[in-house]
Design a protein around this ligand. Structure first.
Ligand SMILES: [Zn+2]
Length: 332
């Protein structure tokens, strides 16, 4: 979490809201959120750059900056981007009052609504869409102040996410180790089938390997395997060509559905305005342990595959296919 749909949805929001905006200043409140260069150099090098493009690769959000720089944002567990309108003031008093609380929560942001009459119309628009109340902890790790007075916050409760600033010449290094892009035209059944050849691991584990397919995580891997009626413990190499085609289609379908619903927010994921996505209501198996399968009524089961909790329907995704998976193709 967040996975490809959440990152793609955020990328679209950032593109709509921030394309063309200039970063006048960056402040880092948790140094380890910056992967490269060090936080002082990061702040120095990013200041004054304009956001000229917004892209996504796997679970990475990419901001193309003026002067041929690239900002990569990997949100990992709980990283979120949030835009604050002009008039929100950064309060860092906690830093001197309670060091432990400061390190846990970061600064607070206060809405000085009466101080921004020059932005009155814009302020009103924001307040109608912004799903936030002032004074709540954002767990802000990095704050970008934009030239138009807005702020772009990188918030991250668990602090596993990483931001990195690269000269564009190093883009291939920034994106190294990422596998097939599942929403790209070249994600074909043939390529997926070729990828699975000779892989003896459970298919669920293979789907999570970012160096093979970039962007799937626990939620969408479980949902795709359910849609394709494939047991998560099937050895990847044993999938028939029909099953590979069904799996490719299922992966694309669950990802597009996730984007359409604004992402899956069962815990920390939020959109650019602090809003929750609605895709959780559309889960077929993920976190539905013991509940009836929406297709056949059998109780959804939970097992552990490669240290990850895995949800499936024992009737729609039969285990018999696991027993017979010994390197042979299954009969159909
Ligand atoms: Zn079922």
């Amino acid at each position: 979490m967040p996975e490809l749909p959440e990152v793609e949805y955020t990328a679209r929001q950032v593109r709509a809201a921030l394309l063309g905006a200039s970063i006048s200043e960056a402040q880092v409140f948790w140094e380890r959120s910056i992967a490269r260069p060090d936080s002082a150099a990061f702040c120095q090098e990013i200041a004054g750059r304009r956001i000229e493009g917004v892209r996504r690769r796997g679970k990475l959000l990419l901001l193309d900056l003026s002067g041929d720089y690239l900002l990569t944002i990997h949100r990992r567990m709980t990283g979120n981007l949030l835009v604050l309108p002009p008039g929100w003031r950064l309060d860092s008093r906690l830093q001197h009052q309670d060091r432990a609380a400061w390190e846990r929560m970061g600064p607070t942001f206060v809405n000085d609504r009466y101080q921004c009459c020059c932005h009155e119309k814009r302020q009103k628009e924001y307040e109608e869409t912004l799903c936030l109340q002032h004074d709540q902890p954002f767990y802000c790790r990095v704050c970008f102040t934009l030239a138009d007075g807005r702020r772009l916050l990188y918030n991250d409760l668990r602090k596993f996410g990483k931001l990195a600033l690269w000269p564009r010449a190093q883009e291939s290094q920034a994106l190294a180790g990422l596998g097939l892009e599942p929403l790209a035209p070249d994600f074909t059944s043939e390529r997926l089938g070729w990828l699975l050849q000779g892989r003896r691991q459970p298919i669920k584990q293979v789907l999570l390997a970012q160096e093979l397919i970039a962007g799937l995580g626990n939620i969408y891997a479980d949902e795709a395997l359910f849609m394709a009626a494939i047991h998560p413990l099937r050895r990847a190499e044993t999938l028939s060509s029909e099953e590979v085609a069904a799996l490719r289609q299922a992966i694309v379908t669950v990802l597009l559905r996730g984007i359409e619903h604004g992402g899956t927010s069962f815990n920390d994921y939020r959109g650019l305005w602090g809003e929750a996505g609605s895709n959780y209501a559309h889960m077929q198996v993920y976190q539905r342990t013991g509940q009836p399968c929406r297709r056949c009524g059998a109780p959804i089961q939970r097992i552990t595959v490669a240290q990850r909790s895995t949800h499936f329907c024992p009737r729609c995704q039969p285990a018999s296919s696991v027993a017979s998976a010994g390197g042979r193709k299954l009969p159909h």
